[in-house]
Structures are given as structure tokens and as C-alpha cells.
Design a protein around this ligand. Sequence first.
Ligand code: DC
Length: 230
Amino acid sequence: MKHYSIAIDGPSGAGKSTIAKMVARHLNFIYVDTGAMYRALALYFLRNNISVADKEAIENACNYADVMIDYKDGEQQVILNGENVNSLIRTEEVGNMASASSVYPVVRLKLVELQRSMAKKADVVMDGREIGTFVLPEADLKIYLTASSKERARRRFIELKERGISADINEIEKDIIERDMRDMNREFAPLKQADDAILVDSSHMTVDEVKNTIIKYFEEIIQNSSKELG
Ligand code: DC
């Protein structure tokens, strides 16, 4: 049976997970948050005091860190060696470690296998950095979702403020630019727009506008494929 896949790639803070979740809910697809998988491995490295500069230690640790995905009430749960780590992986420290450790092919290949097997079994909306270029090159729809670094910093600042955390907006933007550079310039499967991906710049769009735009593109694809068949 054919399973559909929608790949949503883009830099940190572009709103990928919010949008991907909404699109998945609308279409009754499974949402696969690949960043959470990298974050779970990053948590393992941090807990075990593994330096990100120590390639051998990272490679070795990959043999002992088992990442699995489960769903509870429609929400993705990341299981690290049997422990649900969902509530522990959203810190800046874990995010930075995920960005730094994901440069290693051994880290990526371990998780890519899991991601591809999920897309084989269900209709998925998968978000990440290289889903359209590397993980699912045959995805039915590829979106490259971005926004200016200023706008992404502003959104992050508001989100932190709402959680009662004070932060410097310029520092946030600096961090975002740094992470973009690292994600875009790594040697193996860097963040970049696939040739056949549609660029959606959300800087001046509402969340609903972005969601509806993506759903419209997907519906067009379904219509065109049913015309070709019939
Ligand atoms: O999307 P996120 O912020 O949760 O991702 C954290 C880091 O994980 C990101 O900076 C780079 C890495 N990552 C990746 O390399 N490939 C993916 N498909 C998803 C995340």
C-alpha cells in the first residue's frame, strides 16, 4: 500500500514542528519530529560527559544509546534506552549538543534508518533539516520552511517570555545564526533546500496561512496524481 510523505525542512525556529503537527492532524498523518531524535542522543552524550570533539567516544556511545519512537494521545514520545525523555530534551544545552553532534555521519545514519522505516509504515509529515534531500528523497511534497533570523529570534523571545524566562533577543539571534551556519555547512547531509522543494517564507505569515498553504500544495499533488491514474 502506498504511504504518503511530506517533508518539511528548514532552519531552527522557523516553526516547522508547529506547522508539521497541524498539517499532520489535518490530514490524519503521523507527525515525525526528527530533531527530537537528535536531541535524545545529545542528552545521552551530555549525561555521559562525552565531549562532542571526541569523535571516537561519540561513535562508541552510539552503540549504547537506543532511540525509539512511540505515540501517546497522538503525541510523539522519544524513548532513550527505555526511558521517556520527552520532557528533558527541549533545553538550549541539549539543542546545541544536538546541532554539534549531528555533524557525525554515525549519529545521522543511526537515526535515518529509524526515520525511513517509519515512513514505510505510515503516512507521515516529517520535519528536520535534510528530509527532502537525504532521508526521503522520494517524498510526495517537499517544503523548505524558513523565516528571517530576526523574526525567528523574536518568536523565540516571546515564547521564553511566556514561560517566565528572561533572555536577550540579540543573544538569541546570534545563537540562531550560529546554529544555521553549523547546520548548513556540515559536510554530511547539510541543511539546504532540495531542488524540488517549495520555499515557504513564514516571516510575514500567520501559522494558519502557512498550514493552509502546505495543505493546498498537498491537495494539488493528490488531484494531479489521481488525474494521471484515471
Ligand atoms: O529541530 P531541532 O531544533 O529539534 O533540532 C536540533 C538539532 O538537531 C539541529 O540543530 C540539527 C539537528 N538535526 C539534524 O541534524 N537533522 C534533523 N533532521 C533534525 C535535527
